[in-house]
Ligand binder design. Sequence first.
Ligand code: SF4
Length: 428
Amino acid sequence: MVRVAKVTPGSIAEEIGILPGTELLSIDGREIRDFLDWEFLSAEEEVVVEARLPDGEAIIYEIGRPDGESIGIALEPPTVRRCANRCEFCFIEGLPQGLRKNLYIRDDDYRLSFTYGNFATLSNVKERDIARILEYRLSPLYVSVHATNWEARKILLNNPRVPNIVDQLSRLAEGGIRFHCQMVIVPGLNDGAVLEESLQDLWNLGDAVLSAAVVPVGLTQFSHLYTGQTMNRDKARELLVQVERWERKALAERDDTWVFGSDELYLLAEQPLPSAEHYGEFAQIENGIGAITSLRARVDDGLADLPRLDGMRIGVVTGKAMVGLMPELLDRISSVTGAEFVLIPTENSLFGPTITTAGLLVGADIRRALDGRTDLDIALIPAETINEDRIFLDDVKFDELRDSLSIPVYPSYDFIDILAGEQLAVAA
Ligand code: SF4
């Protein structure tokens, strides 16, 4: 059963009397278990829906969707499938106490993997889920493989009951499912020969594996479960050598980069990041694969749209990871606009100094960076630090923080979005 949260005005749903709170029970005699069933089974042009109105009245709707018109409902958010693993490197286990509850949910849900690109381990996938993935062709899936070696994977996921991932992927691949895979590398556990085996096994799956990412383990000061070795520059360099060897093979044999080191891996190794061509369609950009290169490309593309901003002093708040890369980017913007940029590298007070990613800075960090600054005309902060409700990870509301500061502050993805925008013209 799924429950209706909203009905679009003027839609088919409103016309036939579906109300918020209506429970949708079956379509054409098939039980609706969740949003996926609704999405796929309601795709037919004519469907019979068994439902229960909020007052308990049972009702059958015969729904026709001329030209595939949307029925016009939004469902209540799904119950997320929880993770049965207990990885030592789990970022959620490394969160400090006291954050909002939903940040602590360890989801491991193939449905969200297909719908939103969340990574899932598939370790809680049952036979009926496999049948469903195949029937609905949930492809591509984003899969946290970490290691294809079964024993190594059990240790990494801290779960002796994980299924064999190679068997799972092979079976799904035979049914036409494709995958973007990642390996989070814990030195001493799944690097070296174990990583070699993983890449070989994924390579053997042919075009079913669309990409394979190698990501160094990232720990916070609260990662209390972790007993592994630390990731450092030399380990990162070793990993990059291995990644680049596989990349050369993939380019030679399949004309495709296929395997990618994460941005973090290049930064740790103190090696230059690849160009945009390397990343192709940036399939794993949300996973930090090519995000910095994409930012550079967007800045280059947007330079021509920027106005002159002579005399303006612009503060840029960022994480420590970007300190080496930002000056070159900001110089380019400065040479076109005439604006002066002041880089404000900021330490993460919530997760500790090991977390240097700009997007994980919290409201308290932004406040500390900008409070009392009157030497700037405006400040830009990473837009990734706030969610769709404009709230930072530490529950600080962006609007309240902005109003408490003495200079205008803008969340920005790539500088161009703000500097070329009308809101800045108003502020200036
Ligand atoms: S699979 Fe591991 S890293 Fe992912 S949520 Fe579960 S315990 Fe955390």
